[in-house]
Design a protein around this ligand. Structure first.
Ligand code: AMP
Length: 330
């Protein structure tokens, strides 16, 4: 297990064998967030950013996406944490970085989007460098589905392509979204989004429906209740790591995806089967638990590999469920 994580913050990647980089496209953003525990104005965020910060524990990540000239060098340096390549982050002169504002309810289970400004993503046409195109693992983080598709179509060598999305794109770009879904190996969505997408009120039925569209795996994220994995070979579920102090859930889903897909990227020498994805779920869950402990990228940016490993081991301990004697009256 220990070998699955890259060890030093700035050392060259020490990746488990068989890895050839992980390309991610998705929002690179400024977020204004209010939770019951405080607020931040224009902090670094975005789906691709949170994903990269987590996935960079496992593999060399290549971030793809535009930013405006309001994007600071300091934030670019945070995106580059643990060696993430920002070569394909395009700075658009005169453009505005993607901006999102959101507010959480008292128990952090509900979130209202107050504002979304696509900015430089409105006209973005991804042109990947050879290195990003050749990655053998790809994550299409949350962004307009046509942009996801353009990246997916360029990455013809990828062995594992996963994707996320959100209710906005189900509402306004469902046809494009369904096309992307049918072209990937794994879909990672919130449980409510899986229901909305398939119009099936039951999560198991909704996940089975998405599997029938082409992907080999579906992950239903359930916020503080954890995540569920569906493949043709079975089902697996993990609770979230139990935390008493949650400060800001923004990016938890993307951080989960970074741990999950990052783990797969670090094991491309192995068959990508149900058991491998089960182990990936543990890493995704452990990483997401750190993300929510502070605002935005603050916690995961300074996270150490050992801290992640401790939580993975703890998750294993609290969910182990064997040797239960089968005994009932009657
Ligand atoms: P999550 O909390 O995992 O749903 O992700 C939150 C991140 O998603 C924030 O950092 C936002 O910048 C980003 N985000 C919010 N709305 C969108 C959108 N419509 N498209 C892409 N990214 C978004």
């Amino acid at each position: 297990m220990v070998r699955a994580l890259r060890h030093s913050a700035n050392a060259p990647p020490q990746v488990a064998s068989g890895s050839m980089a992980l390309t991610v496209v998705g929002s690179i953003a400024y977020d204004s967030v209010r939770t019951p525990f405080g607020h931040r104005e224009r902090m670094l965020g975005g789906a691709a950013t949170h994903f990269a910060l987590a996935a960079s524990f496992f593999d060399e990540v290549r971030a793809v996406g535009p930013v405006g000239d309001d994007f600071t060098d300091a934030d670019l340096a945070i995106l580059a944490t643990r060696g993430t390549s920002t070569d394909d982050v395009e700075r658009v002169a005169g453009g505005e970085t993607f901006f999102w504002a959101g507010e959480y309810g008292w128990d952090l289970n509900s979130r209202d989007t107050l504002e979304t400004r696509l900015g430089v993503f409105e006209t973005f046409e991804p042109k990947l460098s050879d290195a990003s195109r050749d990655a053998d693992t790809v994550f299409l983080a949350n962004i307009q589905p046509d942009i996801q598709q353009a990246v997916r179509d360029q990455c013809t060598n990828a062995r594992f392509v996963a994707m996320d999305s959100m209710d906005l794109w189900i509402d306004i770009a469902k046809e494009s979204l369904e096309k992307v879904i049918s072209s990937v190996d794994c879909v990672i969505l919130n449980d409510a989004e899986l229901r909305q997408l398939t119009r099936k009120p039951n999560l198991v039925a909704a996940a089975r429906e998405v599997l029938s569209w082409g992907p080999k795996a579906v992950v239903g994220k359930q916020g503080e209740y954890g995540a569920a994995l569906f493949t043709k070979d079975g089902f697996f579920s993990l609770p979230a790591y139990p935390l008493e102090n949650v400060i800001d859930p923004t990016g938890a889903g993307d951080t989960f995806a970074g741990g999950f897909v990052g783990y797969v990227a670090a094991h491309t020498d192995q068959e990508i089967n149900h058991d491998l994805l089960v182990r990936a779920m543990a890493y995704g869950t452990a990483l997401a638990s750190f993300n929510v402990e502070e605002f935005g990228t603050e916690r995961v940016a300074r996270l150490a590999p050992r801290e992640v490993l401790v939580r993975v081991a703890e998750l294993e301990r609290i969910t182990r469920f064997t040797d239960v004697p089968l005994e009932l009256r009657g």
